[in-house]
Design a protein around this ligand. Structure first.
Ligand SMILES: NC(=O)c1ccc[n+]([C@@H]2O[C@H](COP(=O)([O-])OP(=O)(O)OC[C@H]3O[C@@H](n4cnc5c(N)ncnc54)[C@H](OP(=O)(O)O)[C@@H]3O)[C@@H](O)[C@H]2O)c1
Length: 448
């Protein structure tokens, strides 16, 4: 680590902020114009980055003999602008200043992935990462010079988690950090409620957390308006199917002028695992549920998975991605377990769940002629909007990719007008810590 988690300048800034939360104004006086030279060969890319960072440009003059531009900015933007220009002049790549909220499984894997290969990120993507903030639910670590491999030790000694969103904004402003990216690897609603303010403060947002996309339609619309108005990016590929390219495929279909007519998928790796155990005759329902839980495939309480609610949330994310307005309550969910089992305490549930063994055994015996039962999410779209929207068991022909998945894999069929009766199919591991971290990294590299 180049510095202790908080150096003395950071500490006095933070103490000041905590003592006077509403009175902090880090802006410097705007009493002069400052000139910066921009060479012709990297002028366009550099100017774009200056504009993306809301650097105020008061004047731009072309010098024919020197083949360069003189850009005049205000004193308040001068240091940030100078740093951006210097990184272009020295071909150091674009510095992304990253804040990661939620150093749990995925967040930690992402930090380690980013720190593992700086040369590759620079040579293949032209990006230099500076992770300047990281949190868990109780601590925050801030270091404007960037985290290094021993970051987790320093996080455990970091500052207690006080109004950390405001602190993050104040810190990034005070140190005039450019190209800000906020990454949400929590599953927390309060963190999701920060996004609008962060976008206003200049952050692009990348979220593994689904909450902003599954809130009410009104709060979803309000947030999207802010992102659009502020010309910021919001990426969320890992909300559905971890690193599988589901969201980007849907966006490409729309960008090509085609129309999605149906999305059908099995989005829950844990439920797929349970159902394939029954289908293969390796376990009855109750035993399969306990086995999936022991292996860590389900949530600690497997009823979270069996209720179908998380699958419905993912369906909502996909439906909104292709432009439909709806709320979670609009989705009809036929859970795999009934009300009676839902209200038991966890220990009793894990015993009582065996009452469903015969029901599932008989159900699976019933299916013949190459059909299978899968736990599917399904949205059907017609000329007049949504024609069907449900989550539950579906009898699906064995030819479908959804009937061929094994273990915890997930699958998606996307039907469109142009592709007709043959869907675009995407399948593979729909969860996993390393894969999800890679999905987030890909979102960062493709920020608009
Ligand atoms: N795991 C996967 O395969 C996968 C796949 C796709 C998407 N996702 C999504 O990725 C997200 C993270 O999953 P995970 O498996 O990494 O979960 P996790 O291990 O439980 O990590 C969550 C992290 O968020 C932190 N946190 C909670 N509330 C916070 C707050 N208010 N402020 C700051 N930090 C807070 C937790 O802190 P503590 O450590 O102090 O509790 C923890 O470090 C979830 O939204 C999940 O749905 C996961």
């Amino acid at each position: 680590m180049k510095s202790i988690p908080l150096n003395s300048e950071d500490k006095s800034l933070i103490n000041h902020y905590i003592e006077h939360p509403s009175s902090v104004d880090f802006a410097k006086p705007k009493d002069a114009l400052c000139g910066i030279i921009l060479e012709e060969e990297w002028f366009t890319a550099c100017l774009q980055e200056l504009v993306d960072n809301k650097i105020k440009v008061f004047e731009l003059k072309w010098h024919q003999a020197k083949k360069n531009y003189l850009l005049q900015t205000g004193l308040e933007d001068y240091s940030k602008a100078k740093r951006i220009v210097a990184s272009h002049r020295n071909a150091k790549g674009k510095t992304l200043n990253i804040a990661i909220w939620g150093a749990g499984n995925v967040g930690s894997a992402l930090i380690d992935l980013i720190l593992s290969n700086p040369k590759e990120w620079l040579s293949n993507h032209g990006v230099h990462f500076n992770i300047f903030a990281v949190t868990n639910s109780s601590r925050i670590l801030l270091d404007k010079t960037g985290l290094e491999a021993d970051w987790s030790k320093h996080l455990s000694q970091g500052l207690e988690h006080i109004s950390s969103k405001n602190l993050l904004i104040a810190y990034s402003k005070h140190y005039e950090l450019e190209n800000l990216v906020f990454i949400d690897t929590t599953a927390n609603a309060t963190v999701a409620s920060y996004y609008s303010e962060l976008a206003l403060a200049g952050f692009d947002i990348v979220a593994a957390n689904k909450i902003a996309n599954t809130n009410t339609q009104k709060s979803y619309d309000d947030f999207r308006k802010i992102i659009q108005r502020e010309k910021k990016s919001f990426k969320y590929e890992t909300n559905v199917g971890a690193a599988l390219p589901v969201i980007q495929t849907l966006k490409q279909i729309i960008a090509s002028g085609d129309k999605v007519t149906r999305i059908r998928g099995t989005f829950s790796g844990s439920v797929n695992h349970i159902l394939s155990s029954i289908r293969n005759g390796t376990a009855d329902f109750g035993a399969a549920v306990r086995d999936a839980r022991t292996k860590g495939f389900t949530e600690p309480d497997p009823r979270e998975d069996l209720s179908g609610k998380d699958v419905a949330r993912k369906l909502l994310v996909l439906a909104r991605t292709i432009g439909y307005k709806l709320d979670l309550d609009d989705i009809r969910i036929k859970a795999l377990i009934g009300e009676d089992l839902s209200t038991l305490d966890l220990e009793s549930f894990l015993v009582e769940v065996d009452v469903l063994d015969d029901k599932f055994k008989n159900l699976f015996l019933e299916v013949q002629d190459g059909y299978h039962y899968v736990f599917a999410a399904d949205i059907r779209l017609g000329e007049n909007g949504i024609e069907g929207l449900e989550v539950g068991l579906q009898k699906i022909h064995g030819d479908s990719v959804l009937a061929q998945l094994s273990g915890t894999d997930t699958g998606f069929e996307v039907y469109t007008k142009a592709y007709g009766a043959k869907p675009i199919c995407i399948s593979g591991a729909g969860a996993g810590i390393e894969l999800t971290a890679r999905g987030i990294l890909s979102d960062i590299f493709t920020l608009d």
